[in-house]
Design a protein around this ligand. Structure first.
Ligand code: TLP
Length: 343
């Protein structure tokens, strides 16, 4: 059996989710008549501490709708330089919203209020207007690092005082909440809008949530329709989404424990691993002299899948289908590669 550590996006729906999909009561959501979608949006808004929420097709769509809804074209948005919106969304903020990006280097994914204060543009005839600050939590390319509520507050206070809204790409925000043992609203109180993914560690098959004020979500709903995201009988997607939010959050702690186990196993082999806070493990292969692509090919031969994050950086993501035995097998495979390839 393949051990798939490429991403938590590979998780399949639970039995309960499949049942919920089969039995979902549906209607035409473009008319606002799908009771299951309406329920998901209500549950999500309550959990996230926002007035309203919107079911969107994916994390990328949720982030893009956020930028489109917050900004006018020609504005500038502030982002961490390794953020998903900047790094992995195909340049969509430029192509769709027509905004320019101002990237700042974070520490383990976190920006400071001071950095953001410096980057927000003064009113000047030469300058673009700053339309939005985007944060990411947990931060994917920083290895699933948690941006603490205090760090978010630091940025939010500055942005708020300058009249600039804040959006959080919270694809894995529930992982952050579980890691710190706090309610997710500890984070969302310091952001105007938030996107969370239902289809990563939470195991729903499809979908993300965008949440914010009632006015913001009304505008976002209009943008979603323009992007072709009006999904009609989407209750079949929303039903497992409700279970994702209600039943699947607490178990993320298991994924975090498995990630820590994997990191410890790799460190015991003298490999460099970034600090693990949630379900992502970044392994640096530079000292072994084995490039990430070659390491991945060797792992694949042994039935283990991960992804390349850089020339000498491999990412493993733990999730519901990964158990302790899989972690042991992975560490054994890495050990085998190190002993056979390096020596
Ligand atoms: N990330 C994927 C890849 O695109 C890298 C993954 O496997 O981690 N924000 C963050 C922080 C994400 O990590 C992702 C997905 C998204 C947004 C986009 O979500 P989807 O894939 O639903 O568009």
């Amino acid at each position: 059996m393949t051990i798939d550590l490429r991403s938590d996006t590979v998780t399949k729906p639970t039995e309960a989710m499949i049942q919920a999909m089969t039995n979902a009561e549906v209607g035409d959501d473009v008319y606002g008549e799908d009771p299951t979608v309406n329920r998901l949006e209500q549950v999500a808004a309550e959990l996230l501490g926002k007035e309203a929420a919107l079911l969107v097709t994916s994390g990328t769509q949720g982030n893009q709708i956020a930028v489109l809804s917050h900004c006018q074209n020609g504005e500038e948005i502030i982002l961490e330089e390794d953020s998903h919106i900047f790094y992995y969304e195909g340049g969509a903020v430029a192509a769709l919203a027509g905004v320019q990006t101002r990237t700042l280097q974070g520490v383990r994914g976190a920006l400071t209020g001071q950095q953001v204060a410096k980057a927000i543009r003064a009113k000047d005839i030469h300058a673009p207007r700053t339309g939005l600050v985007c944060l990411e939590n947990t931060h994917n390319r920083a290895g699933g690092a948690v941006v603490t509520p205090e760090q978010m507050k630091d940025v939010y206070d500055v942005a708020y005082s300058r009249g600039v809204p804040v959006h959080v790409d919270g694809a894995r925000l529930f992982n952050a909440a579980v890691a710190l043992g706090v309610d997710v609203t500890a984070f969302t109180q310091y952001t105007d809008t938030v996107q969370i993914c239902l289809s990563k560690g939470l195991s729903a098959p499809v979908g993300s949530i965008l949440a914010g004020s009632r006015d913001f979500i009304e505008n976002a709903r209009w943008w979603r329709k323009k992007l072709g995201g009006g999904m009609r009988q989407a209750g079949f997607i929303a039903a497992p989404g409700i279970l994702a939010l209600i039943e699947m959050v607490d178990r993320l702690a298991e994924d975090h424990a498995h990630a820590k186990l994997l990191a410890a196993g790799l460190q015991a082999l003298s490999l460099e691993v970034m600090p693990v806070e949630t379900n992502i493990v970044l392994m640096d292969t530079a000292k072994t002299g084995i490039a990430a692509v070659d390491f991945l090919a060797k792992l694949e031969e042994r039935g283990i899948r991960a992804v390349r994050f850089d020339d000498y950086l491999v990412r493993f993501v733990t999730h519901r289908h990964i158990g302790e035995a899989d972690i042991r097998r992975t560490v054994e495979a890495v050990e085998h590669i190190l002993t056979t390839v390096v020596k």
